[in-house]
Ligand binder design. Structure first.
Ligand code: ARG
Length: 295
């Protein structure tokens, strides 16, 4: 019998969260500025509600310390790619977020010191990859889907495959609105994938369909994608997301999933939502899980 392992997720409290620069089309610092005080309070309440929903679904939560001047640090998905107790720490495309790199490296080294991980290192210089935001572990297939284009470089996908010794399927993202792959693709535990097709190049969508199987793709409409429905955290059959239209909810229910909607509007103003606000520390490939069992 296989025992289900509770997901261990890293979150970052939104103490310094704000929209003060624009590095994706959702971010409008002027609009944020008009209601900044109320929005800060709203963000704190939404983040707390989200954290509670994750815990209620069975997640264990780890916190990384927020740093002043790094408002997007709340989006911990971007911190690193983590698998088999190893972390490949992100290098960001835009200077606005590059200050996060050293803090995340120190955090992951701390996790190694605590025995939660075995190894942490930076992605090599000369490439960019924004962590699990663009490199998503598909546990049912035993592979990474790796987005490239707006933020992450294609070369990072090859490096990731070598670093972890697992297959990596590169997929090209062609829209600025869906600048990270986690806003347009979400693998579910049973092998289905929430997917907003127009975010991908035609060739990459073809590849995705071929690798995944057409019947496994659950289409996310433009409207649902704009509500960040594809940016979801799946825990068992619960899929935690910031919005979900009735039609998507029904199609997910047919496959046995329950959409759990938690408001995250303040974070959507920065271009992120549920999945972006988390980073899973305890994904294991089948080979590594077997090796640990035998040890
Ligand atoms: N403002 C952040 C950025 O543009 C949002 C990041 C959202 N994170 C994500 N994994 N999609 O980088």
């Amino acid at each position: 019998m296989t025992k289900t392992v509770a997901p261990r997720l890293v979150l970052c409290p939104p103490d310094h969260f704000a929209v003060v620069y624009a590095i994706n089309p959702w971010m409008e610092p002027g609009r944020w500025g008009q209601g900044a005080d109320a929005l800060k309070v709203q963000a704190r309440a939404e983040w707390q509600g989200f954290k509670n929903a994750l815990a209620a679904a069975g997640a264990e939560i780890e916190l990384v310390k927020p740093e002043p001047g790094l408002p997007d640090m709340v989006f911990t998905a971007n911190a690193a790619v983590v698998l088999d107790r190893k972390a490949l720490v992100a290098r960001f495309r835009w200077p606005e977020r590059q200050g996060e790199e050293a803090h995340f490296l120190a955090y992951f080294r701390g996790l190694v010191a605590r025995g939660l991980l075995d190894h942490a290192e930076m992605l090599p210089q000369g490439m960019t990859q924004e962590g699990a935001g663009d490199c998503i572990w598909d546990a049912s297939r035993g592979l990474f889907w790796a987005g490239h284009g707006p933020r992450s470089s294609l070369s990072a996908a090859a490096h990731t495959a070598e670093f972890f010794g697992v297959p990596v399927v590169p997929l090209e993202l062609v829209s600025q609105r869906f600048y990270h792959m986690d806003v347009c693709l979400c693998p579910l535990p049973g092998g289905e994938l929430l997917c907003h097709a127009p975010a991908f190049s035609a060739a990459s969508y073809g590849r995705l369909r071929e690798e995944a199987g057409r019947d496994k793709l659950i289409d996310v409409s433009a409207e649902d994608a704009a509500g960040f429905a594809a940016n979801a955290v799946a825990i068992g059959n619960k899929v935690i997301m910031s919005a979900c239209g009735d039609d998507l909810r029904a199609r997910m229910a047919e496959r046995g999933y329950e959409a759990v909607v938690v408001p995250l509007e303040a974070f959507r103003m920065a271009g992120g939502a549920a999945f972006c606000l988390t980073l899973r520390l305890n994904h294991m490939s089948a080979a590594a899980a077997d090796a640990r069992k035998r040890a």
